[in-house]
Design a binder for this molecule. Structure first.
Ligand code: IPM
Ligand code: MN
Length: 358
């Protein structure tokens, strides 16, 4: 097995947090071949494109991509196709990473770090399964034109297209049902079938796959507005949450707050060849970049997901997750999850602590 990892730190805090995950991977003693490349704003600055051909080639050839974060205020004025975010969208599309797994788990030691009451989130363990290569993110046609109908004909308008095909929904539904079988045998599929044609197709397909292939898994459907409410009202009633690209984007940020900090939320984006891109769910936080104060745990936990999903190294993945728990139990905290009586550490000290616990 080649065990090749493309390491793409990106912008803002990307470099600091990815450094910590690399440190943890190296501490395992398994020989990974790691190759670094620019992505996002820094790639635009150095190569004129957020996803240079050389970076894409490296990512295609690797078994897994370890990704930091992209984006910075200074690139906000660029044309859309040159913005840092296009790098992550381009990688998802080019590698066919249709299945995004975002576990929201509340570590026992962090129940006090959330803005929600401890009893609402203690023991929380949700898996969001977000479809990642379809929906309004990639649907065509899209663009600008002069309106010919609608409320204001003759005026400039913009439009995007929400669309899903049957096979696209089938394959992501199977990912969610399979995951549910390894957990508590329950899937909540989230859509807006009371309004959207796309969502009605989504609901029909998920229902059929559930009935025909996974009769042992309990399936419920929920409208996305209600799901947003249930996530803060009674999140522990949810287990596997299956949803589309745009709803999953929004709900996963909301779910991150149940874990104490978005700095804790890992993410895996997989294709059907077990190739994956692993990144924290948070962004590049340019306001705190270079200060060595970011929380690297989401990235370290993403590296654990990489071991589990792309390299079948379950023991090593468990070991990293246990090490993180141990560090939290020892009262070691970055600023975002700091609470009274704990010891505040820097980003790199947090990485060192996880390595020591390993
Ligand atoms: C995420 C991010 C991305 C998305 C952006 C950076 C394009 O918010 O991974 O959730 O919307 O998918
Ligand atoms: Mn997002």
């Amino acid at each position: 097995m080649s065990n090749k990892i493309a390491v793409l730190p990106g912008d803002g805090i990307g470099t600091e947090i990815v450094d910590q995950a690399v440190k943890v991977l190296k501490a395992l003693g398994t020989p990974f071949e790691m190759e670094f490349a620019d992505v996002g704003g820094v790639a635009y600055a150095n190569h004129g494109h957020p996803l240079p051909e050389s970076t894409l080639k490296l990512a295609r050839e690797a078994d897994a991509v370890l990704f930091g974060a992209v984006g910075d205020f200074k690139y906000d004025k660029l044309e859309r196709h040159l913005r840092p975010e296009q790098a992550i969208l381009g990688l998802r599309k080019a590698l066919g990473l249709f299945a995004n797994l975002r576990p929201a788990k509340c570590f026992a030691q962090l129940t006090g770090a959330s803005t929600l009451r401890p009893e609402v989130i203690a023991g929380l363990d949700i898996l969001i399964v977000r479809e990642l290569t379809g929906d309004i993110y990639f649907g065509t046609p899209r663009g600008r034109r002069t309106a010919v109908d609608g409320h204001f004909p003759g005026t400039p308008e913009a439009f995007d297209t929400m669309r899903y095909s049957v096979p696209e929904v089938e394959r992501i539904a199977r990912v969610a049902f399979e995951a549910a079988r390894k957990r508590n045998n329950k899937v909540t599929s989230v859509d807006k079938a009371n309004v959207l044609e796309t969502s009605q197709l989504w609901r029909d397909v998920v229902t059929r796959i559930g009935r025909e292939e996974y009769p042992d898994v309990t399936l419920e459907h929920m409208y996305v507005d209600n799901a947003a409410m249930q996530l803060v009202r009674a999140p522990k009633a949810l287990d596997v949450v299956l949803t589309g690209n745009i709803f999953g984007d929004i709900l996963s940020d909301e779910a991150s707050m149940l874990t104490g900090s978005i700095g804790m939320l890992a993410s895996a984006s997989m294709n059907d060849k077990k190739q994956g891109l692993f990144e924290p769910s948070h962004g590049s936080a340019p306001d705190i970049a270079g200060k060595n104060i970011a929380n690297p745990l989401a990235t370290i936990l993403s590296a654990a997901m990489m071991l589990r999903y792309s390299f079948d190294m379950n023991e090593e993945a468990d070991a990293i997750e246990k090490a993180v728990e141990k560090v939290l139990a020892a009262g070691i905290r970055t600023g975002d999850i700091m609470s009274e009586g704990c010891r505040k550490v820097s980003c790199s000290e947090m990485g060192d602590a996880v390595v020591a616990a390993l």
